[in-house]
Design a protein around this ligand. Structure first.
Ligand code: B3K
Ligand code: ZN
Length: 859
């Protein structure tokens, strides 16, 4: 298997201006007639090489005459001696019911649907399946009238009719030329929600949401979220929707979250369906942000798309940034920012420290589906955010306007984006753009030195870019570091010079120095405000200075982060076996910090979350997993004990009468449930847990009680879980929460439990949501079970992946991630993990998805 390289990009030799598709739907033999208008792009005499996989070829004709001068290969069809411009007719047959990879055309509970990004269209017909070939699509669908009353494709329906054999047909036309990855077809029987949105220029858009029969009410929130997204994009970016219809379909079998197909988004039902009884606040949040994300793609992704897949962050990083800004406007900037930073510290830093490390614009790819990563998406969004910080909101908007002015209707590169942004202000982005090509997490160190003779304090900011698995040579980056300085009395002080702007310093070389003259030695630098750059920060702050930061910093994120840093330091003392290093004044300081925040449930709730095990791993090497996990738990226990009276008060004050999904309630509920998890360390929690469980009128509180019970004691946990199962046994989406809780339980017989879960009537290996709920939860979040000392957790995952890879390599390849991230652990554990990776690599039929990750992890 050879990797494709970014630098090998070549413009296509042919293009396709128009495509007419004609589908005759049948579960095992769907016929696809494709008529392409093909044009040669260069003068060479090259053959036409079309992509195609898992297709049965029935017919080829050029300009209405049968054509025989072609070869079928493993990866497609090569047509020799073709004219410079011609009509190519290709008839293929596919088998949707056997398609368990859920790429191309497949069946989800009887619903026909498609997933084409990145390279799934080639499983539908032979085509130039690459994003820089943009064609106008018309799509005719014929299907059984009774079982498939709804038949959808991109654009507008222009004609329909019935046949005498019980089938009906419909013709869709999409006026916007698009790459094949944005094609979609859906056919099935649904409940439908409809609405209208009037755009800022007065155009009326029909909104249509399709959900499983009986689930209409659960779709209402998503439809409202869609309207909020449409309005927001007009207000903030001046971007209006461009078709007459916007359709969203929810399906149960889906490999990822959702897909932004032009005018016809297909969604994992998990990101559409939500109501008070069945969805948590977090579910509501996710529904709204994924709805927004896919909607925002209509401009950043669809109107302007990627030239090639190495440029994926062009659309994904930018669209994630846009959905983050939207979410933050809809709810609260602070908790949103914390959520985003948790993803970076838990998952993206881990990826960058592993063999899968890659720049946000990768250079080498074997299987493109492996690169829909936290690096491309979330670090990509951080890079866009840094541009936003540097250019300011206005400059950023001007750059975006210029980007659309230059590139609407085109397939472009990340460089094109940066150059449009560059044109908006005087700020030179040349050095900055290295963030696109360099992988790895930079380290930034903050150190102070005081010279008494001159009464001068020097703050030294050092950046260090260490080699990663994919790149040995590194360069200095252009890092915008938000920073403030606190004097001993909590007042702010400013350095002598050297700031880019108020509170912003640029680190563009290995060492940057800021000096303070005549202000004494006692100055606390508060660096990385608002997480202004995706870096790992170390500093010489003392525990008491973290508390000082919490009290006096202006930046709310920095205040939260100060407490996180302090927790990290405390846990380290436990880990080193000397918790007595944590002096009384520190415990007391933490108590006071919590006490002082009582009227702000938002920051309070976030501050009472102890850093996750995964986050703790990112700043340590040679980790003893169980010792670190235990250190974290013991610290949590002691913290809960130390402030139990206060926690009880907070728990009692944060009760709301009747449920609403609105920011103040969400913060307060979160605060209450975070407190309950901490209290679950103590015997007094039992009544609180059972009472919350039985009195709950919403899924957030129910799940909060279950999580606390899981922490508290197995007997209570099992009782409540049984009750929960009785209530929700026929609701797979809700039952996923139940599966996930069982799979993350800290118990010695966890593997037997997992076996039982796999035998549960609602479990299905074909359904990615179920697989992620059971196997994914275990591998990613069951620290004690997955990392069992005898390697049984690793073996369990490997056994499972060997099976799953045969049907759904894309999902298998996601789930292997924890096994590939062995770098931070002690050598003996690394060996156990690598041993299982070798078992995977030994499988001769391993998919290229798994092969790419496993071979890198073993290199
Ligand atoms: N663009 C899709 C992701 C496609 C993943 C293909 N393996 C969803 C999104 O990012 O909006
Ligand atoms: Zn996206």
């Amino acid at each position: 298997l050879v990797a494709k390289r970014r630098e090998d990009y070549r413009a296509p030799e042919f293009t396709i201006t128009d495509i007419a598709l004609d589908f005759t739907l049948d579960p095992s033999a769907t016929k696809v007639v494709s008529e392409l208008q093909v044009k040669r792009q260069d003068n060479a005499n090259a053959p036409l090489e079309l992509d195609g996989e898992h297709l049965q070829l029935l017919e080829v004709a050029i300009d209405d005459l049968p054509f025989g001068d072609y070869q079928q290969t493993d990866s497609g069809l090569v047509l020799n001696n073709v004219p410079d411009a011609f009509t190519l007719r290709i008839v293929t047959q596919v088998n949707p019911s056997e398609n368990k990879a859920l790429e191309g055309l497949y069946l989800s509970n009887g619903v026909y649907c498609t997933q084409c990004e990145a390279e799934g269209f080639r499983r539908i017909t032979y085509y130039l399946d690459r994003p820089d070939v943009l064609a106008r699509f018309t799509v005719k669908i014929t299907g059984d009238k009774a079982s498939l009353p709804t038949m959808l494709a991109n654009g507008n329906p222009i004609e329909q009719g019935s046949n005498t054999d019980g089938t009906h047909w419909i013709l869709w036309q999409d006026p916007f030329p698009k790459p094949s990855y944005l094609f979609a077809l859906v056919a099935g029987s649904f409940d439908q929600l409809t609405d209208t949105f009037v755009t800022q220029s007065g155009k009326s858009v029909a909104l249509e949401l399709f959900v499983d029969k009986g689930k209409r009410q659960r779709g209402e929130f998503a439809l409202e979220a869609l309207k909020r997204s449409m309005r927001w994009d007009e207000e903030v970016f001046g971007l209006e929707y461009d078709l007459d219809i916007y359709m969203i379909v929810a399906v149960d079998f889906f490999n990822m979250g959702a897909m932004e197909n032009k005018g016809l988004n297909v969604f994992n039902s998990k990101f559409v369906l939500a109501d008070q009884a069945s969805a948590t606040d977090e579910d509501f949040f996710n529904v709204e942000s994924v709805i927004a994300h896919e909607y925002f793609h209509n401009w950043t992704g669809n109107r302007v798309t990627c030239r090639d897949w190495f440029q994926l962050s062009l659309k994904e990083g930018l669209t994630v940034f846009r959905d983050q800004q939207f979410s933050s406007d809809m709810s609260s900037p602070l908790s949103n920012r914390i959520k985003q930073v948790r993803v970076m510290r838990e998952h993206q830093f881990a990826e960058d420290a592993s063999a899968m490390s890659h720049p946000i614009r990768p250079d080498e790819v074997i299987e493109m589906n492996n690169f829909y990563t936290v690096t491309v998406y979330d670090k990509g969004a951080e890079v866009i955010r840094m541009m936003h910080t540097l250019l300011g909101a206005e400059g950023f908007r001007a750059g975006m306007d210029e980007y659309f002015r230059r590139h609407d209707g085109q397939a472009v590169t990340c460089d094109d984006f940066v150059s449009a942004m560059q044109s908006a202000t005087d700020i030179d982005l040349t050095h900055f753009s290295r963030w696109y090509s360099q992988s790895g997490t930079p380290r930034v160190e903050v150190k102070r030195a005081y010279d008494a003779a001159s009464n001068k304090l020097t703050v030294t900011l050092t950046q260090q870019n260490l080699a990663t698995a994919d790149q040995s040579e590194k360069h200095d980056l252009y890092i915008p570091l938000q920073i403030e300085f606190l004097a001993a009395d909590g007042q702010h002080v400013a350095p002598d010079s050297g700031m880019f702007r108020d509170n912003l310093v640029i680190l563009d070389k290995p060492v940057t120095e800021l000096t303070f003259t005549g202000k004494g030695s006692n100055i606390t630098p508060v660096a990385l405000g608002n997480f202004s750059a995706p870096v790992k920060l170390t500093s010489d702050l003392t525990p008491l200075e973290w508390l000082h930061t919490f009290r006096f910093a202006n930046d709310a994120f920095s205040r939260w982060d100060a407490i996180q840093q302090l927790y990290n330091w405390c846990i380290e003392q436990y880990y080193q076996g000397s918790p007595q290093q944590i002096e009384k004044v520190i415990w007391q300081g933490l108590y006071e910090a919590v006490e002082a925040s009582q009227d702000n449930p938002e920051i309070l709730g976030e501050c009472l979350v102890v850093p996750s095990f995964e986050t703790l791993c990112q700043t340590r090497e040679n980790i003893d997993v169980h010792a670190l996990n235990e250190a974290r738990q013991t610290f949590s226990h002691d913290l809960a004990e130390f402030m139990s009276d206060l926690l009880l008060v907070i728990y009692q004050t944060n009760q709301s009468d009747s449920y609403a999904y609105e920011p103040a309630q969400v913060s307060s509920r979160r605060c209450k449930n975070v407190v309950l998890t901490l209290l679950a360390e103590l015997p007094l929690a039992e009544t609180l847990i059972t009472e919350q469980f039985s009195g709950s009128d919403n899924m957030s509180d129910t799940l909060g009680a279950l999580k606390a019970a899981q922490q508290f004691d197995l007997v209570l946990f099992n009782n409540l879980m049984n009750e929960f199962e009785q209530r929700w046994r026929d609701d797979p989406l809700v039952l996923d929460k139940w599966f996930g809780l069982h799979a993350t339980c800290d118990r010695s017989d966890i593997l037997a439990q997992l076996t039982l879960l796999r035998q549960h009537p609602q479990f299905s290996q074909q359904n990615p949501n179920r697989v992620r709920a059971v196997i994914g939860s275990f591998a990613f979040y069951n620290t004690s079970g997955f990392h069992a000392d005898d390697g049984s957790g690793y073996r369990f995952l490997t056994d499972y992946l060997l099976e799953l890879d045969k049907t759904n390599p894309q999902v298998a390849s996601r789930l292997v991630t924890p096994l590939t991230q062995w770098q931070h652990f002690a050598p003996s554990r690394q060996a156990l993990m690598r041993q299982q990776l070798s078992r995977l690599l030994d499988d001769a039929s391993l998919s290229k998805d798994l092969y790419e990750k496993v071979s890198k992890a073993l290199a």
